[in-house]
Design a protein around this ligand. Sequence first.
Ligand code: C2E
Ligand code: MG
Ligand code: MG
Length: 583
Amino acid sequence: MLQVMDIRVLFVAADANDINLLDQKLANSTRQAKFHLTTVGLLKDALQQLTENTFDVVLLSLQLPDGRGLGSLNKIQGVSPRVPIVVLGGINDEELALYAVQAGAQDYLVKNQLERNLLIRSLLYAIERKRTEERLSHLAQYDVVTGLPNRVLFRDRLTRALAHAQRKKQMVALMFLDLDHFKSVNDSLGHDVGDQLLKAVAERLKSCLREGDTIARLGGDEFTIILEEISESENIANVAQKIIDMMSRSFLVGGQEIFITTSIGIATYPDCGTDQNTLIKNADAALYDAKAHGRSVYRFYHQKMNIIATERLELLTSLRHAVDRDEFILRYQPQVNSYSGQLVGVEALLRWNHPEKGLIYPSQFVHLLEDTGLIIPVGEWALREACKQCKAWQNTGLPAIPVSVNISARQFKQKNLVSMVSQILLDTKLDPRYLQLELTESVLVDNIGVTVATLRALHTIGTKLSIDDFGTGYSSLSYLKQFPLHALKIDRSFLQDINKRSEDAAIAIAIITLGHSLRLDVVAEGVETNEQKEFLKKQNCNIMQGHLFGYPMHAVQIAEWLGDEKRQPPISNVGSINSNLFR
Ligand code: C2E
Ligand code: MG
Ligand code: MG
């Protein structure tokens, strides 16, 4: 059965005949609607009614003692922008009807042609049309997933906020936020979970802010916040820290506990720019800087960032040429047996031999290679070069040692990774057991199903696999057990203050114990002092790498080391290379 709608009509008319006429026409309810009429004779009373009560539709006569023509329409819209309005005109005036509709009225009716059916239909349509308009305008201005303002409305709000701040001589803060590792969630748990997470993030952001502040979603995992009426940068910093803290608490989405972190870039008006575009550009530069300083941090924009951004662009341009001009080289860092000091392996490390700037280290360009996808050809080159070099050492009769090559996230996701590795081994004639691939934890937990399959395939062709920078990512024990691993590399950060900070020592010990319990080699990275070495030896960490033993060096120097019998005792003295050091 059709439900009868209760429709509250505000009738604004001064003429007693009109009022009577309408009263009669709307007196009895129809099958669809029952009308409740409130009549006022003055515009000012209409405006008061609209502020105090809710109406579904306004029927507005254009001849009122205190209001004329479309001016009355505008005033009503000003007080009640969401109420649909049907205008009632005294004459059959098409032009006025058009103006009324252009000015935002939903319909125009002519008094002396008013039939009951026509009137009812017009009122019902007006309500429906206004709803549709609102839905469309909502869609155009709000993000469907989170219900937050979208890019369009964000721009609009920023314009207003800046104009307001200029008048009142106040500060505005623009924050750009980006969720770290959101892509991993989407890839591994699916887009539904990703969407639910975005919704939950939006809710949490709202809870950190005041009523009047704007939070918008710009797309993907990018959010922006406009903070108005702030007096000090310190307050902005407090809000940023509060957001970071709130976000670092786990989210429960689709029965899954998810951990994400947030990086925030901040630009303030008027210090970091007085127009929209500059502020947006600078907040973005600050966000980039925040991400470069690790996760879960906020950064305020400062002038230097523009210089950094320009340099980055220059570097990016010359990086593209570097690929064609063969400007990359490899250096090899020794890995030694903790007890004998024997060279038991090397890690191949990429360097960029820039024609003007000289040798550039990976921290300055590997992320750019990743962002641009250039890591695919460069990574393949590095792998081939390292395998070729490893085989060349063996060919000259030197003791065979394995070479480790770093594989980045983007490379690991490459569809043809396994066949590419096999082809390189085949081409260079390197026995697969002398190739060890280093992957970071965050790469491995991205999409567990695919990861396990890829790792197994690499394991099947005979290469060794290790986890680099262990302890800085998200590995859980259950994942580790599924991976056919060979070694864990303890991140350098845990070794730096190993003798001063008991927490770092505890983590290092835990990683060594964990590695051994899983029957893996444990490689300590970044060993610089004898104290560190002694500590690690005591904990049975069997392989070490670091400046104490050798910097990344030229292939010729490695050959010399391998060939130096005093420095490199015969392999039989320390057991075979295929002992537990390099299974
Ligand atoms: P990583 O794989 O963790 O490499 C170890 C880094 O620690 C190297 O930095 C090495 O030079 C440095 N290191 C070793 N011992 C010490 C020490 O005692 N003290 C200090 N302070 N540092 C030490 P590098 O060569 O700058 O490489 C940085 C990162 O760049 C690497 O970290 C790796 O993630 C990435 N990378 C290097 N080469 C490649 C490559 O060919 N492909 C890919 N995808 N990434 C690479
Ligand atoms: Mg490495
Ligand atoms: Mg490392």
